[in-house]
Design a protein around this ligand. Sequence first.
Ligand SMILES: Nc1ncnc2c1ncn2[C@@H]1O[C@H](COP(=O)(O)OP(=O)(O)OP(=O)(O)O)[C@@H](O)[C@H]1O
Length: 494
Amino acid sequence: MTDDTQQSVLLTTFTSKKKRYKVFFHQGKIIWDNERPPSAQITVPIENVIAVEHNVLQPKHPLDDPTVDFNSFIIHYAERGPKKVWKYCSILFCHTDQLQVSSWVKTLQNHLQTFTHRPKNLLMFVNPFGGKRNAMRVYEKHAKPLFAIAGVDVTVTVSQRKDQIKDLISNHNLDMFDSVACVGGDGTVSEVFNGLVIRECRLKDVDIDDRSVELPRPSLPVGVIPGGSTDTIAYCLHGTSDVTTAVLHIILGDCLGLDLVSVYNENRFLRLYASVSSYGYLGDVIYHSDKHRWMGPKRYDYSGFRKIIANRGYQGEISVLFERSELSQSKCYENCVLCIGKDDTETASASDIKLEEELVWKTITGKYFMVSGANISCACARSPNGIAPYSHIGDGNLHVVLVHHTSLINNIRLLLRLVKKSGTIEDLPFIEVHKGREFSFRSIDKASRWNCDGEVQVEPDIHAKVRCQLLKVFGKGNPSSVDESSTRCCGFCK
Ligand SMILES: Nc1ncnc2c1ncn2[C@@H]1O[C@H](COP(=O)(O)OP(=O)(O)OP(=O)(O)O)[C@@H](O)[C@H]1O
């Protein structure tokens, strides 16, 4: 915000729904009294305002044109509600003096124009196949009207096949867009992320199969609107899988740097993932449940039950490139200092040089129920703490979670712990967690598959490497709720 816009002051008494309001605008905040008792004030930071416009009166006769009412204006804004959910709000103010109204409209619109980080031309992908197969309805009902109010020009593409989104993004000219978004589950988000990075490598002539190269950062930020079955990525970015919250974050334009993990076999690049790659139990579940998609999200319960009974453990050798520093028990919340510290490329590379010296490989061999490389906590509505509660979205590390082969009872304890609000799976005695930058896995004996962002990856022997904040995503991060911050607060985020 420029100094001029920061300094502007407005004070006018307006009417709204036959009630008089003293409305004040100063230092980037619009303030008015609450309509209903208790008589508190409503304060809306200009950063949360979506649009300001003169009111348009709808004609009494359908054949007449709507008319602009220069005596009233509407402020459209976003407000954080309870349970981490944001909601859309609006208020209409009227005044007998048109000059008063136009002065407010002009001043506020001038402020909004300084928010150049907000998307104007958005490329939107909708996956009609994922989740409950209602992504198009979700878009039409919850996203389209808000984008229209915000004046975002949205170009919608409905995917027709698996990998189409990835192919379109990686091979087409996207110069006319300033951002990309999707409505879908983790598989759809993963296609968008993979498409953008593959495209950037093509444009910058970077050999993506060479694990040692720095992968170039795509410039377009990505919006993630949940429309799948688990929606882990959306949940971890916003602390909720509420659609309106995700849409409002795209409109408001705040961005976070998200780590991505690149996965290779011995010779070439396989894919990038954003949430988790799991071998063993969850690999078996995704492979089995993919054949029962007709069941919808219930397929995970069905396959989960079948595969927990059938699990006999998988032998494997895991090597982790890890930091000597301790595994910090800090959760990743909004304004997380640990992630913000990695935001600046220069700072990141300086600390990288320092840390390179402290990085060491360790190798562990054993029999496992499940092996996971979690890039984020992987919390979702079903699992409020996720598989790796202390994994951060942009700190350049992943958490390798090893669940040792044990009894069926213990496996069930693990699943119950995953769905519980309190406690984490790390408290269980048969779980081992290693924080690292890279890991590789080699299967011994009978092999399972990997479940990468909810997609089947058939090659068992892989190498995975975290790419620190490779992408910008729309969001503010997971807001900490009172009970969470009072139990185990992030030492870094405080
Ligand atoms: N039109 C389509 N027909 C068939 N498959 C599609 C189509 N569009 C996208 N896909 C594929 O659908 C798969 C599932 O999508 P997605 O991951 O979004 O939903 P989900 O699996 O229900 O959700 P989640 O991953 O959150 O559990 C992805 O692999 C995606 O590539």
